[in-house]
Design a protein around this ligand. Structure first.
Ligand SMILES: Cc1cc2nc3c(=O)[nH]c(=O)nc-3n(C[C@H](O)[C@H](O)[C@H](O)COP(=O)(O)OP(=O)(O)OC[C@H]3O[C@@H](n4cnc5c(N)ncnc54)[C@H](O)[C@@H]3O)c2cc1C
Length: 453
C-alpha cells in the first residue's frame, strides 16, 4: 500500500526508494540476536547528500521515523528497522574524497569501509588506526555512530579520537559542519564529540574528516598461558606499567577450548587463560621481553615471545577466531562491558561466579588491556529456561561492570539490546539531559527513536 509521503519520497529519490519486501527483510536487522526488528515502509539507497536531505525533509514533514544504516554489522540492534520507518542506507556513499599527507587527514563519505581507508592511507605511509574486528566490512559512518573500538585502541584510542570534522544532515534536512582539520579547536560546544557514538539518533553523518597516523613499526608479540583468568588479569594490569603496549587480548578456557575444537591450533586447553600482547615501538622486542618476565612473575605456565610480525599474526589468529568458534557451540549472546583496567581481575572472577549461579556456559575474551571484555553466553535458543538464564546472566554481567566503576558498553553501543540496562544504570538527571539534547537536535523524535538512551 502506498502513502502520500511515500509518493513524495519516490518523486524526490526515484529508483533509490525500494519497497520490495525481500529487500526490506534483508535490511531489517543488524548482527545482534534477541532484539526486536520492525517492518520498514521502505529503504532509500542514498547515493549522495541530496538523497539524504530529500529523505529527511519528507520524513520530518510527515513524522516518519528514519533508521540510518551502514553495513548492518552492529551488535546492539542500533540499525534494526522500526515499524513504518524509512531505512536510510548510506553504504553506497563510499568514496574516499581526499587523503592529505600534509595534515595527515582523509575526507570520506560514510559508506567507506574501514579497512579500505586504511589500505588507501597505506599508499602514503599512513594508517587509519581504529581497528574493529569488523574492519573488513563495517563502514566509517557506522564506526563513528557507535564510536567503535578495537584491539589497537589500547594505544591509539577509539574512533572518536580520530574524527576531526563531520558533515551531518539533521532531522529536518538542514546540513551542518562540525570540527576542523586544525589540530586545536576550542570554539564553542564540541558538536563533533556529541555526534560520535550517537547511534543515528542526532543526525545522519554524510562526510567525515579523519586523522591518520604514520604506520607503526612491525610488532613484537607474546603469548602467555595462565592457570586461572584471575592470574591472567593481574598480569595484564601489571604489564601496563612496563610498556606502552599496542594491544593486550585475553581468552578464557571456554574460549580456548572452542577455538581448538574449531581450528586445531594446538592450544593448551588445560590452561585457564591465554594472554596475547603486542608492542609496536622501535623498542618493541625489549618491551615484550619485559612483559614476558611480568607474566612469569604472575604465574604464567608457558610464555612464547617473538619479534617476527608473521609469527605474531599466527598467535593472534586464535583470538580472531574466538567468536566464530563459540558460535559453533550454540546460540550466543555477546556481551560488551568495560571496567577500569585494575578492576579486570574482579570482573573475570565475577563472570565465573555468574556462569555458575545461572548455570550457563560463558566464553570470555576481549580487549583486556583496556578493560573491555566480551563475555559470550552460549545456550540453546529452543529451551525457554536456557534463554531466560542467558538473559539474566547477561544483565548480571553488565550490572557487575557498572558496580566496578565501568560501563554498560565499551564499544558496541546500546541500541535496543542494552537500552533498559542503560536506563536502569544511568542517573535520572543525566538521562533527562540526554533526552533534552536529543530534542534539540531532533524535536520531532524521528531519528532512530527508541534506540540508545
Ligand atoms: C564479527 C564482528 C566483530 C565486531 N568487532 C567489533 C570491534 O572489534 N569493535 C567494535 O566497536 N565493534 C565491533 N563490531 C560491531 C560493529 O561492527 C560496529 O559497531 C560497527 O561500528 C558498525 O558499523 P556498521 O557500518 O555495520 O553500522 P550499522 O550496524 O549499520 O549501524 C550501527 C549504528 O550506527 C548508525 N549509523 C550507521 N551509519 C550512520 C551514519 N552515516 N550516520 C548516522 N548514524 C549511522 C545506525 O543507525 C546504528 O545505530 C563487530 C561486529 C561483528 C559482526
Amino acid at each position: 500500500m502506498t502513502t502520500p509521503w511515500l509518493e513524495e519520497l519516490t518523486e524526490a529519490a526515484g529508483a533509490r526508494v525500494v519497497t520490495d519486501p525481500d529487500v526490506l527483510a534483508a535490511h531489517a536487522r543488524d548482527h545482534a540476536p534477541f532484539v526486536a526488528a520492525g517492518r520498514a515502509a521502505c529503504l532509500v539507497r542514498a547515493t549522495g547528500v541530496e538523497d539524504v536531505v530529500g529523505a529527511m525533509t519528507v520524513a520530518q514533514r510527515h513524522r516518519v521515523p528514519v533508521v540510518t544504516r551502514g553495513a548492518g554489522s552492529g551488535l546492539a540492534g542500533g540499525a534494526n528497522a522500526i515499524d513504518g520507518c524509512i531505512v536510510l542506507d548510506v553504504a553506497g556513499m563510499d568514496r574516499i574524497l581526499s587523503i592529505d599527507p600534509a595534515t595527515r587527514t582523509a575526507v570520506v563519505e560514510p559508506g567507506v569501509i574501514n579497512g579500505d581507508l586504511d589500505s588507501a592511507a597505506g599508499v602514503h605511509g599512513l594508517t587509519y588506526a581504529p581497528d574493529p574486528a569488523s574492519r573488513a566490512y563495517s563502514t566509517i559512518g557506522g564506526n563513528i555512530a557507535t564510536n567503535a573500538g578495537g584491539a589497537c585502541c589500547l594505544k591509539y584510542g577509539v574512533t572518536g579520537d580520530h574524527v576531526a570534522a563531520l558533515a551531518v544532515v539533521l532531522a529536518d534536512g538542514t546540513r551542518i559542519r562540525t570540527g576542523t582539520v586544525a589540530a586545536k579547536d576550542v570554539a564553542g560546544l564540541d558538536l563533533t564529540s556529541l555526534l560520535v557514538g550517537s547511534e543515528g539518533t542526532l543526525g545522519v553523518i554524510v562526510e567525515a574528516t579523519l586523522r591518520l597516523l604514520p604506520r607503526a613499526h612491525p610488532p613484537a608479540t607474546l603469548a602467555a598461558f595462565f592457570a586461572t583468568t584471575e592470574d591472567a588479569g593481574r598480569a595484564v594490569v601489571a604489564m601496563q606499567t612496563e610498556a606502552a603496549l599496542s594491544l593486550v587480548e585475553l581468552m578464557d578456557q571456554a574460549t580456548l577450548t572452542a577455538v581448538e575444537a574449531h581450528a586445531r591450533m594446538q592450544l593448551d586447553t588445560a590452561a585457564g587463560a591465554l594472554v596475547i600482547a603486542q608492542a609496536d615501538t622501535p623498542t618493541a622486542a625489549a618491551d615484550i621481553d619485559r612483559c614476558a618476565e611480568v607474566c612469569t612473575a604472575h604465574g604464567a605456565t608457558d610464555v612464547v615471545a617473538t619479534g617476527d610480525a608473521d609469527e605474531g599474526e599466527q598467535l593472534l589468529a586464535a583470538r580472531r577466531l574466538a567468536l566464530p568458534a563459540l558460535e559453533q557451540l550454540g546460540t550466543t549472546l555477546l556481551d560488551d562491558v568495560g571496567v577500569p583496567t585494575p578492576a579486570l581481575p574482579k570482573l573475570l572472577t565475577a563472570i565465573t561466579d555468574i556462569a555458575e549461579q545461572h548455570g550457563v556456559v560463558i566464553g570470555t575474551f576481549g580487549h583486556a588491556g583496556d578493560g573491555n571484555m566480551h563475555p559470550t553466553i552460549v545456550f540453546d535458543a529452543t529451551d525457554e529456561g536456557a534463554v531466560a538464564a542467558a538473559q539474566a546472566a547477561f544483565a548480571a554481567i553488565v550490572r557487575t561492570a557498572v558496580a566496578l566503576g565501568g560501563t554498560v558498553s565499551g564499544e558496541h553501543g546500546v541500541g535496543t539490546l542494552k537500552r533498559s540496562l542503560l536506563t536502569e544504570l544511568t542517573g535520572t538527571a543525566e538521562l533527562a539531559l540526554m533526552h533534552r539534547i536529543k530534542a534539540a537536535f531532533d524535536p520531532c523524535g524521528i531519528l532512530n527513536p527508541g534506540k540508545g538512551y
